[in-house]
Design a protein around this ligand. Structure first.
Ligand code: F6R
Length: 607
């Protein structure tokens, strides 16, 4: 997730662009840059680091240009560096481009453009846009952009500045947000409303596959075929703080609702109809066959994603898997060697315990694959192979979209290993891939039931204890649901393997004790149902989560919540969403600081 801005009008552009970028820094902040038009050409200033570094660079001069574009980056393709920071230019410096999103076919396009004689400077996917515009430009900028977009597969919000058209900006969006702010003889373009709120409350919201051309006096919208579109003005009534959270009350809620997009982005370019493609993992089938063990190491929520990974890799790729909490791992002298595949999972990529486990594993000769959300993080730099989750920056301390995308990354890796070992049939692989592709839309369906979860949450406002139970992968999700509730609502919650209750914990179940029962694994359903009956017989208040169509479960529980049907192995991605919402609504109702729960930090860089 990156932030982009554009300005055309009568004010000096540089301060307007910097102010807009400041407001979008929450979308990413590993590097930033701007491009303005000056006599003689496009002038680009960019820098790795926070926006303040760029501001300092620009403070040395005043600029009179009244047109420009800017970008604050959250690295996806190419590590954070001066060269990889946006804007990017074509070979001759006639076009400058900023972009938010992922160009999935950039390698193919880059190869083709290089064969046509184009020279690339950065490692980014974005740079292909600048060269494509150059390639197609025949005097009409809009036409060149349209032809460029026809070649591109992926998601983007992009703005193009051209030295050949000093009085216009052309922008387009597909699957990444973009708005246009309306001033007097001036227009603003931005990824999000906060960037323009100091100047105007009148905006246009671009739809998918829509282009816009602005001059200081005019605005014109078209579809990707060049057909004109009329749009209505959207007047923003939010205050600036609410605007930064996209109108949501807390970042956590915004991030929960961002999951369909994050899930879609994480799959982008990694699946064909019958195959997983992980360009970032470089293992031959012979190397995969030589692993006699997988060790998954992580902390907190990321560890819970690892528990799901164990189920999938053992079941599909038939390799034994151990899962460890990183702070325990290295002190128990783990038996790992060059025949072990170690998978470390970390949203931030900076968690001290996880990093130490990674280093320990390398020292023992293991191959290390990292799953992380932050390009250029320590974990990403030090692992042999890295699978990035494309969740975008996660600001709330309680992890939500990072967790579901971590599960997706684990699913992809498990399938990659399965393909290499040929332990499942091609028919089965094709089927699971088709289910996986439907997960983002099914997550959207689950979110439509947020109001229902808010109702359920009322019961928890005044309770002191809660239990989460489930079997198999449901037990792993139960552990994550319980952690979410504990960390932000401060209710004592415990997760139990449903079959284990009768060995002690059942003593704690009394009248009204809230029990969240997860019963999404169809092969384990009957067994889980027996355990639900055990707690119900002790007068617990049971809220059941099960798959759509499983009518009858409602007779055994007090409330039932149905989840869209999917493969058993993929259901954790959907099941956790109402549990995240439950924790959120309980915490908010209790008046807690949801985004910054007491005693906790987003990234734990100490042992
Ligand atoms: C809980 C949470 C933490 C993190 C843990 C690991 O909501 O966010 O449990 O999952 O601190 O952090 P990363 O993934 O950054 O290594």
């Amino acid at each position: 997730m990156c932030g982009i801005v554009g300005y055309i009008g009568c004010k000096p552009a540089v301060p307007v662009l910097l102010e807009g970028l400041k407001k979008l820094e929450y979308r990413g902040y590993d590097s930033s840059g701007i491009a303005i038009l000056e006599e003689g050409g496009i002038r680009i200033t960019k820098s790795v680091g926070k926006l303040a570094v760029l501001q300092e660079k620009l403070a040395k001069r005043t600029f009179s240009s009244t047109i420009g574009i800017g970008h604050t980056r959250w690295a996806t393709h190419g590590r954070p560096s001066d060269i990889n920071a946006h804007p990017h230019m074509d070979c001759h410096g006639d076009f400058a481009v900023v972009h938010n999103g992922i160009i999935e076919n950039y390698l193919e396009l880059k190869e083709w453009l290089m064969a046509e004689g184009h020279c690339f400077r950065s490692e980014t996917d974005t740079e292909v846009l600048a060269h494509l515009v150059e390639h197609f430009y025949k005097g009409d900028l809009e036409e060149a952009v349209r032809k460029t977009l026809a070649k591109v597969v992926g998601s983007y919000a992009t703005v193009i500045l051209s030295y050949k058209h000093p009085d216009m900006l052309v922008a387009a969006r597909k699957d990444s947000p973009m708005i246009v702010g309306i001033g007097e003889n001036e227009y603003y373009i931005a990824s999000d409303i906060p960037a323009v709120l100091n100047h105007t409350r009148n905006t246009y919201i671009l739809e998918d596959e829509e282009m816009v051309t602005v001059t200081a006096q005019s605005v014109k919208f078209c579809d990707f075929q060049g057909k004109r579109r009329d749009k209505i003005i959207f007047e923003v009534t939010w205050d600036p703080i609410a605007a930064e959270k996209g109108g949501y009350e807390h970042f956590m809620l915004k991030e929960i609702f961002e999951q369909p997009k994050a899930l879609k982005d994480t799959l982008a370019g990694r699946l064909t109809a019958d195959k997983v493609i992980l360009q970032e993992v470089d293992l031959t089938p012979a190397e995969v066959a030589a692993f006699n063990k997988v060790a998954i190491v992580a902390c907190g929520t990321a560890y819970h994603a690892g528990l799901i990974g164990r189920g999938l890799i053992e079941h599909w790729a038939k390799i034994p898997v151990e899962v460890d909490i990183a702070s325990e791992f290295r002190y128990r002298s783990p038996l790992i060697d060059e025949k072990t595949l170690v998978i470390v999972i970390s949203q931030s990529g900076e968690t001290a315990d996880t990093l130490a486990a990674l280093r320990e594993s390398k020292k023992k000769g293991a191959r290390v694959v990292a799953i992380t959300n932050v390009v250029g993080s320590s974990v990403a730099r030090e692992a042999h192979d890295v699978i990035h989750t494309w969740a975008g920056p996660e600001i709330a301390v309680a992890s939500t979209k990072a967790y579901t995308t971590q599960i997706e990354a684990i699913v992809l890796l498990a399938l990659y290993l399965t393909q290499a070992k040929q332990t499942m049939s091609q028919e089965w692989i094709t089927e699971i891939i088709s289910e996986l592709k439907m997960i983002p839309d099914k997550a959207e369906e689950v979110l439509k039931q947020a109001g229902r979860v808010q109702e359920l949450a009322k019961y928890f406002e005044h309770v002191e204890n809660a239990f989460f139970i489930g079997r198999g992968l449901d037990w792993a999700v139960a552990q994550e649901g319980s952690l979410k509730l504990k960390e932000i609502s401060y209710i004592h919650a415990e997760a139990y393997a449903a079959g284990e209750l009768k060995h002690g914990t059942l003593a704690l179940i009394t009248e009204g004790t809230p029990v969240i029962a997860l019963a999404t694994q169809r092969d384990l359903y009957d067994k889980t149902l027996s355990n639900v009956k055990e707690v119900k017989a002790r007068d617990a208040r049971v809220i059941g989560f099960t798959f759509e169509g499983n009518h009858g479960f409602d007779k055994s529980v007090d409330e039932v919540f149905y989840l869209p049907l999917t493969a058993n192995e993929l259901s954790p991605i959907l099941t956790v969403i109402p549990l995240q919402l439950l924790a959120y609504y309980v915490s908010a109702a209790r008046g807690n600081d949801v985004d910054k729960p007491r005693n906790l930090a987003k990234s734990v860089t100490v042992e």
